[in-house]
Design a protein around this ligand. Sequence first.
Ligand code: GRF
Length: 203
Amino acid sequence: AAVVVLVSGSGTNLQALIDACADPSYGAHVVAVGADRGGIEGLARAERAGIPTFTLSVKEFETREEWDAALAGAVAAYDPDIVVLAGFMKLVGSTFLAVFGGKVVNTHPALSPSFPGMHGPAEALAYGVKVTGATLFVVDPGVDTGPIVAQRAVEVVDGDTVETLHERIKVAERGMLVDSIGAMAREGFTVEGRRVRMGRLVD
Ligand code: GRF
């Protein structure tokens, strides 16, 4: 299965996928990496792996909708079976979802529906939860609200800072992402309401 990954930062989730794809039995390969900004480690990781990259900054476009359409076009050029938003810090819009809806998954560093948005680990720590984690979901028009593919639980440790907690979450998150993308690539998946079912549709 062809996978396009969109990143905005360090790309440790991307790196985990790149490493997993080296195993020919994994069933997926990262065909391109896109970003909303240049000069990030995520793009450097792709370049080191010889994977094509593209960068589309919102401020290069007159409107957000034009950026969204351009992003859809850039991703469509690689004809992906799955689009992975891994630390991508922009909300994809209606045009993008119209083109790829149902094939776009996003990983979030909290246990949905808790703590959606940009500060999941910080909000979990501030709330005082004893368990948090990571969620992989199929992107819908909401913010971190789509049907859940997988979740991994992570203990919050006394003395945790946002950074130590987020690093612990990211260990679980990349394992969840690698296992899930591999299964989705090998078995196929379909979204039925709020359920994501693994396995190809029987003709
Ligand atoms: C991940 O935890 C992701 O869920 C969150 O930010 C982090 C990005 O990490 N949005 P990386 O860029 O994959 O290292």
